[in-house]
Design a protein around this ligand. Structure first.
Ligand SMILES: [Zn+2]
Length: 414
């Protein structure tokens, strides 16, 4: 039983390697909440345990359900033309400039109905549950006009607790829409002055996010957008240093942003800054892998500097179409030299911190939600080791089974 019990606050340094392991552990769950987590002998002796329905996980690994703190959950169809162009040697940014990219997704999202978008998102959430995920952030940012952004945020809100937890983020500053072509400053002014206050007033988002990079938004535009978001009471997130470093990390630290995400091109002085900052460093190795690039975020340097590192899928139709946190853990270990323990902490308790949900999820402790993943392996190091393998046996959200493997039994004499 990996409880992930530990010090208050996001895990850093050596604390990232402490999974709070209980050999022969057990959990007692009541009304979706963990009542006890500890040695099986003690938990099973509790009076309430005697009437409990038992889920036998003997010989298996049990850990907190994954918290996927960076996804673009609500979007249209997969971008298969972009994919083929890239396989033929075109870069991600060049693909975007020739009619693909974020604006290709924007055109589908604008034309799709809310129920079409919702059904597509549910299919993704089911895949995520099958990969052990129980809490998912969901960014807007493919609508890029008022009606379509609101449509996507309402879809995200309608998915919350049915049955996974969905945390909505407004990413209006994802790309400049055609209506504002060549007028990025005007677009930011409209987002900051009209959209952010309206979304905060309707409580349609918990966070605001902005894409700060070349071919996206400048540092100055980023600051104006985030200032408006902070004044409206939204938490702050940034897509930072994916292709170039424009100074977004220093801005994030100054504004006490909840997280800076990507960081493939983070500068050495910004690594030191994150080590001393409350802002989480969320790494998305799935996008580096899928784009066929070789420069991963410097996870080792970040951890050694004391940064609180989180891992997420970055699920999106352009650069990271994976719903699988286990695959992300394999990439984190093989490509970024994180240890299995660090990777697991980064995708559970630190993912919860990256969504301000650590009081209720991310570890298996009494009083927290029973968000649980059961793996068909006997040593947690097998999780990143068997990359791409379906190892999840069962996923529980607030004590309810939301995924179960092996629906078809294989009898011995098949
Ligand atoms: Zn993203």
């Amino acid at each position: 039983l990996l409880t992930l019990r530990g010090p208050a606050g996001p895990r850093r340094g050596a604390a990232l390697r402490d999974l709070g392991v209980v050999e022969q552990g057990a959990l007692l769950i009541e009304n979706g909440v963990i009542v006890q987590a500890g040695p099986a002998r003690r938990v099973e002796n509790l009076a309430a345990a005697r009437q409990a329905r038992e889920i036998d996980a003997t010989g298996k690994v049990v850990l907190p359900g994954f918290v996927d703190s960076h996804t673009h959950l609500v979007h249209g169809p997969p971008r298969l033309l972009d994919y083929e162009m890239r396989l033929a040697g075109r870069g991600y940014e060049a693909t975007a400039q020739s009619g693909g990219g974020i604006l290709a997704s924007m055109r589908s999202v604008r034309s799709w109905t809310a129920s079409h978008l919702k059904n597509s998102a549910i299919a993704t959430l089911r895949r995520m549950a099958a990969c052990g995920t129980t809490t998912v952030e969901a960014k807007s940012g493919y609508g890029l006009d008022e009606a379509s952004e609101l449509k996507c945020l309402r879809v995200a809100a309608s998915l919350d607790n049915h049955p996974l937890e969905v945390v909505p983020t407004f990413l209006g500053a994802h790309a400049v829409p055609p209506e504002f072509e060549g007028r990025a400053d005007d677009y930011i002014r409209w987002l900051a002055g009209t959209m952010i206050p309206a979304i905060a007033r309707r409580r349609l988002a918990v966070f605001a996010d902005v894409y700060c990079d070349r071919n996206a938004f400048t540092l100055e535009q980023t600051e104006r957008y985030l200032d408006a978001a902070r004044q409206a009471g939204l938490g702050l997130k940034l897509h930072a240093d994916q292709f170039t470093s424009l100074g977004a990390v220093a801005l994030a630290a100054e504004l006490h942003a909840t997280s800076v995400d990507h960081l493939e091109h983070v500068a050495p002085h910004d690594i030191a800054l994150l080590g001393a900052s409350s802002t989480l460093a969320t790494l998305l190795p799935g996008s580096v892998f899928h784009l066929g690039l070789d420069r991963y975020a410097p996870a080792r340097a970040l951890i050694d500097a004391g940064a609180a590192v989180a891992l997420a899928t970055g699920f999106n139709p352009g650069s990271s179409p994976t719903p699988s946190i286990p695959m992300v853990l394999s990439l984190a270990c093989a490509q970024m030299k994180m240890t299995p323990e660090e990777a697991i902490s980064a995708a559970t308790i630190n993912g919860a911190w990256a969504l301000n949900r650590a009081a209720t999820t991310g570890s298996l402790e009494s009083g927290k939600q029973a968000d649980v993943c059961i793996l068909a392996i006997s040593d947690y190091r097998e999780l990143p080791y068997y990359f791409g393998a379906p190892l999840v046996e069962m996923t529980l959200k607030r004590g309810a089974v939301v995924y179960r493997a092996h629906e078809v039994p294989w009898p011995e004499n098949w």
